[in-house]
Design a protein around this ligand. Structure first.
Ligand SMILES: Cc1cc2nc3c(=O)[nH]c(=O)nc-3n(C[C@H](O)[C@H](O)[C@H](O)COP(=O)(O)O)c2cc1C
Ligand SMILES: *[C@@H]1O[C@H](CO)[C@@H](O)[C@H](O)[C@H]1NC(C)=O
Ligand SMILES: *[C@@H]1O[C@H](CO)[C@@H](O)[C@H](O)[C@H]1NC(C)=O
Ligand SMILES: *[C@@H]1O[C@H](CO)[C@@H](O)[C@H](O)[C@H]1NC(C)=O
Length: 511
């Protein structure tokens, strides 16, 4: 038994090193031989072999560390579905179906239990700092199986108030030689109501299995923490983020309308989320002074913060904003950070796809003709080439956020915190006074300190993270969570387990 099982603590093995034969070969040979006349003993022997093979097949196939997820499932999906979006839908459907039969890939052996990768986020102890990012599960179809792949955080969405189609297809393009993607989905969404219904169903099922019943009261008990799990993820040590966005038809210029869209999403979805993520554009209207640019964003974010405070639940979700790596000028970064402080938002997701087109890797590599053409498609580029930019941007946001809020409205008066400015900027006075006093006081003493309690703003990072060394670098730069998406599309269901294993190896190397 011992030699055949995939043991939890051994490092990931390459297929050639695996201590057992790939099972279906035995299964099919058993089937062929059964057709010829065989003795009872032989039958019995084959019968047991088949049973064994199937059991180990099950253990193998459903283990995230099995290499078939990367070397068989990923290429198979790509072959069967030439269109990237179709492949994604199929993958989601298959995973959902497997999950309902308990046959989904999962991380075995509970490697996170050691606590070596845990991080503190919004008062929760996350068992590991690897998350998935928005776009992978727009409709909240598969949060549970994605958690089972080992993620500490799952972000679902983006969800818009009303259902909408997004851009015409095709709108997702693969660059296999680069392990990269280009997408221009344009926020296709089933709408907040449908997604909320799905999340509610998940909570009620959880309540039912916890013996609390299936009704509204049972739901409320779970959401209020009486089952001892975070209300979003429903799993100790993990968090569920839900990203919200505006309707396509809502003009970005109409701040009141955008506020209504976000508030509508919060009202429907926030009670099922541990974190609400807002997709925003940074303040950058040319020719306007920084303050005038920051003000609408602050108002917008503050409306989300206020809406989240009204959520009918014991603990309220944290609010984060997601910012584009292309909006990286000094003014844009400091403008967003000002809005974060003044609105009372809890953190920033640094990174996203980029409109730019990075040079192919390795240096000097010429793309195949088909991919060179794909590179010309409109949309956001994601892939490993993004990593350095993400890392640099995380460092910058960490620094600017740790410097604390700027003194509004005018720069000259620097020594005294202006306690009235929070009122002008639309934030709640008490919150902004706290945030103005605490972080600047602490940052003047410990500006380079990587940890501090209190209102330090949280950073998650996304963009080009593909391995454990990079995840470690991102965390060292001041992020609490490293989110991955494109790496999973190319690396399959075992990607998260693999990245965490690499982080552990990295830590061991350093001693
Ligand atoms: C197909 C696709 C759809 C995405 N949809 C969203 C989205 O709805 N909202 C969002 O904020 N980011 C979205 N993203 C961006 C990802 O969440 C992520 O930030 C980005 O791909 C960079 O990370 P990566 O290099 O690990 O993929 C999407 C990315 C891809 C590839
Ligand atoms: C956008 O969403 C809002 C919810 O805030 C909804 O009431 C409105 O009808 C939507 N707008 C359009 C143009 O569909
Ligand atoms: C999301 O943010 C981007 C800018 O970073 C903006 O262009 C886009 O319109 C936003 N989309 C939605 C639906 O909020
Ligand atoms: C993030 O990327 C997605 C997909 O490329 C895009 O639709 C969205 O507008 C971006 N959001 C921000 C805040 O840049």
């Amino acid at each position: 038994m011992r030699t055949l099982r995939i043991r939890p603590n051994v490092p990931r093995l390459r297929p050639s090193q695996r201590p057992f034969v790939y099972p279906t070969r035995q299964a099919s040979s058993a089937a062929t031989d059964a057709r010829s006349a065989v003795t009872r003993t032989k039958n019995l022997l084959y019968g047991s072999a088949l049973t064994l093979a199937l059991s180990f097949g099950y253990l193998y196939v459903t283990d995230t560390r099995s290499s078939i997820h990367e070397w068989l499932v990923v290429p198979a999906l790509r072959q069967i579905y030439p269109d990237g979006e179709d492949a994604h839908h199929a993958g989601t459907k298959i995973l959902k179906a497997l999950y309902s039969f308990g046959l989904h890939p999962r991380e075995r052996g509970n490697p996170d239990a050691a606590g070596d990768l845990q991080v503190e986020v919004f008062g929760h102890t996350l068992r590991n700092p690897i998350g998935t990012s928005a776009g992978m599960d727009k409709g909240a179809d598969i949060p549970s199986p994605v958690f089972d792949m080992g993620a500490g955080l799952v972000e679902v969405g983006a969800v818009t108030p009303l259902a909408q189609e997004g851009n015409p297809k095709p709108r997702v393009f693969r660059l296999p030689s680069q392990n990269a993607l280009i997408n221009r989905y344009g926020f296709n969404s089933e709408g907040a109501e449908t997604v909320a219904t799905r999340l509610r169903h998940r909570v009620r099922q959880f309540a039912y299995h916890a013996g609390l019943g299936l009704d509204e009261d049972a739901e409320r008990m779970v959401l209020n923490g009486e089952a001892g799990v975070p209300p979003g993820s429903l799993i100790p040590g993990r968090l569920l983020a839900v990203q919200i966005a505006k309707n396509k038809t809502t003009s970005e210029q109409d701040i009141e309308a955008v506020k209504r869209d976000y508030t509508a999403c919060v009202d429907q979805l926030a009670k099922y989320a541990d974190i609400i993520v807002v997709n925003v554009s940074s303040p950058n209207t040319p020719g306007l002074r920084a303050l005038q640019n920051v003000e609408p964003l602050t108002q917008l974010l503050n409306s989300v913060v206020q809406a989240a405070k009204r959520v009918d639940r014991k603990t309220k979700p944290a609010i984060m904003v997601k910012v584009s790596p292309d909006e990286d000028s000094e003014e844009q970064v400091s403008g967003i950070c000002d809005a974060v402080w003044d609105s009372g938002v809890d953190g920033v997701i640094v990174g996203n796809t980029t409109k730019k087109r990075p040079d192919p890797l390795p240096k000097g590599y010429l793309l195949p003709q088909t991919e060179a053409e794909i590179l010309l498609e409109q949309g956001g580029y994601s892939g490993p080439q993004m990593f350095q930019r993400t890392l640099d941007l995380v460092k910058r946001y960490r620094k600017v956020l740790d410097d604390g809020p700027k003194q509004l409205p005018s720069p000259p008066e620097k020594s005294m915190p202006d306690l009235s400015s929070g009122v002008q900027s639309g934030a709640e006075p008490d919150a902004s006074i706290m945030s103005k006093l605490l972080p600047s006081a602490s940052s003047s003493q410990t500006s380079s300190s990587a940890t501090s309690a209190g209102p330090r703003k949280v950073i998650f990072a996304t963009g080009g993270i593909t391995n454990g060394r990079q995840a470690r670098e991102i965390l060292d730069a001041g992020a609490s969570v490293a989110q991955v998406y494109t790496a999973i599309i190319y690396g399959g269901a075992g990607t998260i387990s693999k990245i965490k294993q690499e982080m552990r190896e990295e830590a061991n190397k350093k001693g």
